[in-house]
Design a protein around this ligand. Structure first.
Ligand code: ADP
Ligand code: ADP
Ligand code: ZN
Length: 213
């Protein structure tokens, strides 16, 4: 199973990708999580990526592609994956199609989690992420059992720097310019499916499992 999650920042890609990963036993690969782990560990890649991320801009394709190709080479990708936050540009999508094709392979589905911009600002304002394991919560829509702490590992929850309102606006603009064209790209490939991402977390997941059945 090889799946791509599409959708605006905050649409719920990560939340759904984690659930897909748990149910179908394929790794959840989030380029954003990998960049953040690199920043936390103070790597050179992290230092480069941070400059773009803090401004709400995309990390250049070169850096992103090198990182993801490296990830695909790892053993756990043999039976597939659910990609969250990659590809984000047409160039990235084309590179992915080509690298799969070179191995006689292809994606199974691109799932667009559709949420209008109005809802996004509200989602992002309440997003909290575990500093330890990347678990994601929402103070209203998906609260942790104990306020401020991760259900999965007990780690502290924090607000992502790029979730501040000004940066969210910039990320939405970047999304419409550079990532939304992927909807047409995957429609053309015949593998695009859309789910209504404004429904609650479990309803969205039910719609996705129906698509994957
Ligand atoms: P969200 O889940 O809110 O969409 P991500 O965690 O996926 O955010 O991404 C956070 C930031 O990491 C992006 O704003 C961008 O700067 C960078 N990033 C993540 N994935 C990519 C990618 N595929 N190409 C370029 N930049 C990326
Ligand atoms: P993305 O990976 O697309 O940026 P996330 O999965 O991190 O999005 O979700 C963004 C925020 O919205 C998080 O705080 C998350 O808990 C919350 N969220 C996710 N899905 C839903 C949903 N269906 N309804 C309400 N809030 C949601
Ligand atoms: Zn955690």
């Amino acid at each position: 199973m090889k799946i791509v999650m599409l959708g605006a920042p905050g649409a719920g890609k990560g939340t759904q990708a984690k659930m897909i990963s748990a149910k179908y036993g394929v790794p959840h690969i989030s380029t954003g999580d990998i960049f953040r782990a690199n920043i936390k560990n103070g790597t050179e890649l992290g230092e480069k990526a941070k400059k773009y991320m803090d401004q709400g801009l995309l990390v250049p394709d070169e850096l992103t592609l090198a990182l993801i190709m490296d990830r695909f080479a790892q053993d756990d990708c043999k039976n597939g994956y659910v990609l969250d936050g990659f590809p984000r540009t047409i160039a990235q999508a084309e590179a992915l199609t080509k690298s799969l094709k070179d191995n006689g392979d292809a994606l199974d589905m691109a799932i667009d989690v559709d949420v209008p911009d109005e809802n996004i600002i509200e989602r992002m304002g309440g997003r909290r992420a575990c500093v330890n394991c990347g678990g994601t919560y929402h103070i209203l829509f998906n609260p942790p059992h104990r306020a401020g702490f991760c259900d999965l590992c007990g780690g502290e929850l924090s607000i992502r720097k790029d979730d501040l309102p000004e940066t969210v606006k910039k990320r939405l603009t970047v999304y419409h310019e550079q990532t939304q064209p992927l909807i047409d790209y995957y429609t053309g490939e015949g593998i695009l499916r859309t789910v209504d991402g404004t429904k609650d977390v479990n309803e969205v997941f039910a719609a996705i499992t129906e698509l994957l059945a």
